[in-house]
Ligand binder design. Structure first.
Ligand SMILES: Cc1cc2nc3c(=O)[nH]c(=O)nc-3n(C[C@H](O)[C@H](O)[C@H](O)COP(=O)(O)OP(=O)(O)OC[C@H]3O[C@@H](n4cnc5c(N)ncnc54)[C@H](O)[C@@H]3O)c2cc1C
Length: 367
């Protein structure tokens, strides 16, 4: 029997005959697994919020709140055939997931995709209002301090510098160079671009949040910075704290990442997979790679759901360190396998629509 006809056969099974697949985490990794398997298994997506958000489009939404109408997508829009549980997962046993609303969700197969911890509103409406409020905050300020020079801080500084060139912008970063996750050349190009837009970049210093009083921020170097408002753009913790006292505890590495095998299965388990930023794969943490993890995982789950032989499981090949950082609406910096480029070519690839139309199409929605 060929794979395609078997999948068709699975699609014809009644809900009661289908295996139960629970996906925890509705970021790009979890969303793509749930989307691709919603007709072949009895899928439940557990996410603490009601929507999937194209995370790298959020900084554009801070300067143009209407942008979020396309990049914040209710799970129900692309998952017509799955059940959504909008609560945080608290614990896992061998066969069920416990959720903060007091319920438990049984599973035959589980995918963990809780990337990074975040505190965001539960509903799309609240999320859109939050972007509106952040935009008002930017508009009302003369001097803005951005704390953190990773990709979030750099992309936010660039968005504000392009859309509000009259603002006085300062970016402070603890490290010796911006965006340590990419190579030296890419971070230098981003620094040069920001400096050319009159963003003041202060490296190797941090801000203690306790030290802020009436618009005055004290740096670790003993200097003071006056600003009307600030945005925290420091890294978020890995979303695995909730796994520490569960059956998966021994599958976490010292950084709190889930160790996976070459088929994306969590080490020590035959029916538990992990995708996205939470995995211990030795590659940069990017959404397009989370999408590739989701693709291999979905393929392997289809084999297992059909009772296929383990030898048929596909193997994941590590991605190369490709990254594009947008610099406003038309420019960017791209780290490619053999070179680094900046300017309008990376801008053309990413910065206009920020892959929003592409991602929506992949989820079966109008771009
Ligand atoms: C500024 C910036 C720009 C970027 N640009 C790009 C880019 O251009 N291209 C690219 O490919 N990547 C980019 N990335 C990286 C990309 O955003 C991440 O790699 C990607 O979002 C990881 O996806 P994920 O599904 O693993 O996790 P996440 O996106 O972190 O999603 C995790 C999900 O799990 C949920 N969750 C967490 N804990 C729980 C729990 N206990 N119970 C229930 N739900 C839970 C969260 O609510 C969230 O929905 C960028 C990142 C940043 C910060």
């Amino acid at each position: 029997m060929c794979l395609r006809s078997s999948v068709k056969g699975l699609q014809m099974l009644g809900a009661e005959d289908k295996k139960r697949l629970v996906v925890v985490g509705g970021g790009i990794g979890g969303a793509f697994v749930a989307h691709s398997l919603q007709f072949v298994a009895d899928v439940v997506l557990i996410d603490q919020k009601e929507y999937f958000e194209i995370s790298w489009a959020g900084l554009r939404s801070m300067v143009e709140p209407s942008f979020a109408e396309r990049s914040v997508i209710n799970h129900t829009d692309y998952l017509p055939n799955a059940r959504i549980v909008s609560s945080a997962a608290m614990s896992i046993t061998d066969n069920e997931v416990f959720v903060s609303d007091g319920s438990s969700v049984p599973y035959d197969y589980l995918v963990v995709a809780t990337g990074h911890e975040e505190t965001v509103p539960k509903s799309k409406t609240e999320r859109l209002s939050q972007y509106q409020a952040e935009c008002e905050k930017i508009k009302a300020a003369n001097t803005i301090l951005i704390i953190g020079g990773g990709p979030t801080g750099v992309e936010l500084a660039a968005e504000i510098a392009v859309d509000f060139p009259e603002k006085n912008l300062k970016l402070i970063h603890r490290g010796s160079r911006l965006m340590e996750f990419v190579g030296f050349k890419a971070s230098q190009k981003a620094l040069n671009w920001l400096t050319s837009k009159k963003v003041e970049v202060i490296l190797q210093q941090s801000i203690s949040m306790q030290s802020i009083s009436e618009g005055v921020y004290r740096t670790s170097g003993g200097e003071t910075i006056a600003a009307d408002c600030h945005f925290m753009c420091t890294g978020k913790p890995i979303g695995s704290q909730w796994l520490k006292e569960t059956v998966l505890t021994n599958s976490l590495d010292i950084h709190g990442r889930l160790m996976v095998d070459k088929h994306m299965r969590v080490r020590g388990f035959k029916n538990v997979f992990a995708v996205g930023d939470i995995t211990d794969l030795q590659e940069i943490k990017q959404g397009y790679l989370a999408e590739r993890h989701a693709h291999i995982t979905s393929k392997n789950l289809k084999v297992l759901l059909m009772g296929g032989n383990e030898r048929k499981l596909a193997t994941y090949k590590l991605g190369s360190p490709l990254a594009i950082v947008s610099l406003g609406r038309k420019e960017g910096v791209a780290q490619l396998p053999f070179t680094t480029i900046s300017g309008c070519i990376p801008g053309l690839i990413k910065s206009g629509d920020l892959f929003v139309g592409k991602t929506r199409k992949e989820l079966g929605l109008a771009p």
